[in-house]
Design a protein around this ligand. Structure first.
Ligand code: PEP
Ligand code: MN
Length: 333
């Protein structure tokens, strides 16, 4: 429920009103600036009578928010959220490019690729340490060792680092990580979402393989409800009947999510395509559609990569892709 307050209000009365609402078990968030003062009530607000709320002198208007996501809802936060990731911004017109290998394979490999993606224009480095693999016989990632290698790559290049968490007990290793990724398979791992919600770190929340927009935004809501509003949504392709490509990149997610939510949305063309040949055209399409950034798998020897080599761009192809992405941005935005 969204309550717009009249301009010159008596703050003592409002505080009393808020305490009263909170006593009934609801959460109240204040969104005050010089132009507008809004109270957002969350919880089972159907029980609240809007006529009762409107009877207060300091209330200008009351609106029920029908969507189940509140903190992620653009209706309650009209401006784009801008997230600062150790000095690099995303959202509100700031475009973020994350690049690196699917998996961290060795200290040398990640430092070498980090230098290359930085030189070619990436603003953050990705690399999987804990890998969610379909087969238990596939490479599972180097775990904690890989986190140490990522930190070394960060020290060498100055690039912030992005890596996936699979188990909340590993959170203790993520202190020096700049963005914590929640993978597609964990989008509805609610205990993990709550745990990363207790941190202040930016969270890259991938869309589940068959999640609706509402389910995805509700997953964001789990994180935000714990106090962490630094959520970046990531569309990485969904499952359809098509077998020619790994997943179908849902370009519609960009304008629809932008309408529904104030959170930034980035595109992962690599996991959508499953094939490096499609990564560039999908990146260009996503950029033209208005995404806030890209996360692209880059490997300097894709045929020998321990995971996702087939969809990895070489640093040279990545550079070419970014140049075209920038041309599209200059032409359109
Ligand atoms: C990854 O980023 O390497 C990954 C496993 O992503 P997703 O969760 O989108 O499959
Ligand atoms: Mn991958």
């Amino acid at each position: 429920m969204l309550i717009k307050l009249v301009k010159d209000t008596n703050f003592n009365e409002i505080e009393k009103f808020i305490k009263n609402i909170e006593k009934k078990g609801f959460e109240v968030t204040k969104n005050f600036n010089d132009n507008i003062k809004i109270l957002i009530i969350t919880g089972n607000t159907e029980k609240i009578d809007t006529d009762y709320i409107e009877s207060f002198d300091f209330v200008e208007s009351v609106k029920r928010i029908k969507e189940p996501y509140k903190k992620a809802n653009r209706k309650l936060h009209p401006d784009d959220t801008i997230i600062d990731i150790s000095g690099v911004k995303i959202g509100g017109g700031n475009f973020l490019v994350i690049a690196g290998p699917c998996s961290v394979e060795s200290e040398k490999q990640i430092i070498r690729i980090a230098k290359k993606v930085k030189e070619k224009g990436a603003s953050l480095l990705r690399g999987g340490a804990f890998k969610p693999r379909t087969s238990p016989y596939s490479f599972q990632g180097l775990g904690k060792k890989a986190i140490d290698y990522l930190i070394k790559a960060k020290k060498e290049t100055g690039l912030g680092i992005v890596t996936e968490i699979m188990d909340k007990s590993d959170l203790k290793y993520f202190d020096d990580i700049d963005i914590i990724q929640i993978g597609a398979r964990n989008m509805q791992n609610f205990s993990l979402l709550k745990e990363v919600g207790k941190t202040k770190k930016p969270i890259l929340l991938k869309r589940g393989l068959s999640a609706t927009y509402e389910e995805w935004l509700m997953a964001a809501e789990y994180i935000m409800r714990e106090g962490n509003e630094n959520v970046i949504l990531c569309e990485r392709g969904i499952r359809t009947f098509e077998n020619e490509i790994r997943n179908n990149l849902d370009i519609s997610a960009i304008p629809v999510i932008k309408k529904l939510s104030h959170l930034p949305i980035i595109i992962d063309p690599s996991h959508a395509a499953g094939n490096y040949k499609y990564v560039q055209p999908l990146s260009l399409a996503a950029t033209a559609a208005g995404c806030d950034g890209l996360i692209i798998e880059v490997h300097d020897n894709p045929s020998c990569a321990l995971s996702d080599g087939a969809q990895s761009l070489t640093p040279e192809k990545f550079e070419e892709t970014l140049k075209k992405v920038n041309k599209i941005r200059e032409a359109i935005f």
